[in-house]
Design a protein around this ligand. Structure first.
Ligand SMILES: [Zn+2]
Ligand SMILES: [Zn+2]
Length: 358
């Protein structure tokens, strides 16, 4: 079968590989859709970051080249012995989190910040830019009958946004400012809207992404190349937004986010960073502001885990993936019409879905 493998920075190749066999406790999933994520782009332009080189990842035991793609959905086509949670024909979203089950965070149920955290499709362990994957049963989360299969590929980025909003302390009626409206920024906007946010301000330099932000429920759109976002939000939101989110991963947006937060408010940093940046600690001290970080999500199906919540919110229409999806491509086009398109500053793309079986 065909699959896209990450070899190194700027070196992703679609190759013929063995489809593997389904062992005890494992399932085969025929991939419907797999989204190209900002983390994939970081690996492509500045990596390897999560992709293991040299020492294998402690949980996947793999090093590059690895099969890429961690935001995907598909249909179960084969189940191994002792599998009980899914059957052949079931639609599933993949929970890509790899965790050890033994460290302190895992023992406390916070496996998304495991000491050995990894992700299928980034840390080894089979990714979704492939015709099919074989994964342990725990990674196949049932979508149910009310969520279209393609939407299953958006469960992962929506769970990132939902987890960030739940960690932020947002309360109904709070003003919110979001810096950056790529896929995760849009996800934060939708989840903040669903959580009862008051006015949502969005600062984003790209026009097409501002328009998508409006489709996701943003109220006030700011182009930071022509408007001083800090001045605007401080004045419009009576001293600053109650809750702000940094989702762009650049120094200016981090500082704008902190300075647009009202005294005693909270900035939640969602971006993964390529390098160190600087900020003035007085921005925190003088207004008693809090800055906190957030990673991933709880990827299980239960109603107290973010995958379970997102699937329910997709089924009842509280979340809508349509504004995210700007393109659908075949596997062979993944570099030229996928990665390179998303990196092109002139392009209006937000989320491109790879369809390996079409
Ligand atoms: Zn992702
Ligand atoms: Zn652990």
């Amino acid at each position: 079968m065909r699959a896209a493998l990450y070899h190194d920075r700027k070196d992703i190749r679609v190759e013929e590989i063995d489809e593997g066999t389904v062992g005890d406790g494992q399932v085969r999933v025929d991939v419907d859709s797999c989204g190209i994520c900002g983390s994939d782009l970081h690996e492509y332009t500045a990596g390897p970051i999560f992709v293991p080189v040299g020492d294998p990842h402690p949980l996947s035991q793999e090093t590059a080249p690895i099969r890429m793609g961690h935001e995907f959905s598909g249909t179960v086509s084969e189940v191994g012995d002792s599998v009980t949670s899914v059957s052949v024909g079931d639609a599933v979203a993949i929970n890509p989190i790899l965790s050890c089950g033994e460290c302190r965070q895992c023992r406390e149920g916070n496996y998304h910040i495991c000491d050995s955290i990894g992700f299928l499709g980034l840390s080894g362990g089979n990714g979704g830019f492939a015709e099919s994957v074989v994964v342990d049963e725990v990674h196949a989360v049932p979508l149910g009958d009310d969520v279209p299969l393609e939407y299953g590929a958006l469960v992962e980025p929506l769970a990132v946004g939902l987890h960030a909003v739940r960690r932020s302390g947002l309360q109904a009626g709070d003003s919110v400012a979001v810096f950056g409206s790529g896929p995760i920024g849009l996800s934060v906007i939708q989840c903040a809207r669903a959580a009862g946010a008051g006015t949502i301000y969005v600062s984003e330099p790209r026009k097409a992404r501002r328009e998508r932000a409006a489709d996701c429920g943003a109220d006030e759109l700011i182009d930071p190349t022509t408007t001083d976002a800090v001045e605007y939000i401080t004045s419009a939101a009576d001293g600053g937004a109650d809750v702000t989110f940094e989702v762009a991963g650049v120094e200016a947006s981090l500082n704008d986010a902190i300075q647009s937060t009202r005294p005693s408010g909270t900035t939640t940093v969602v971006s993964i960073w390529e390098e160190e940046v600087s900020t003035h600690p007085n921005n925190l001290v003088l207004g008693e502001r809090t800055v906190t970080g957030t990673l991933a999500y709880l990827g299980g199906p239960r109603s107290d885990e973010e995958y379970g919540m997102v699937i329910e919110m997709l089924a009842n229409g509280r979340l809508d993936p349509d504004p995210f999806i700007t393109g659908r491509i075949g596997l062979e086009e993944i570099v030229d019409n996928g990665f390179e398109q998303l990196l092109n500053p002139e392009s209006d793309h937000v989320k491109i879905l790879v369809k390996p079986n079409e």
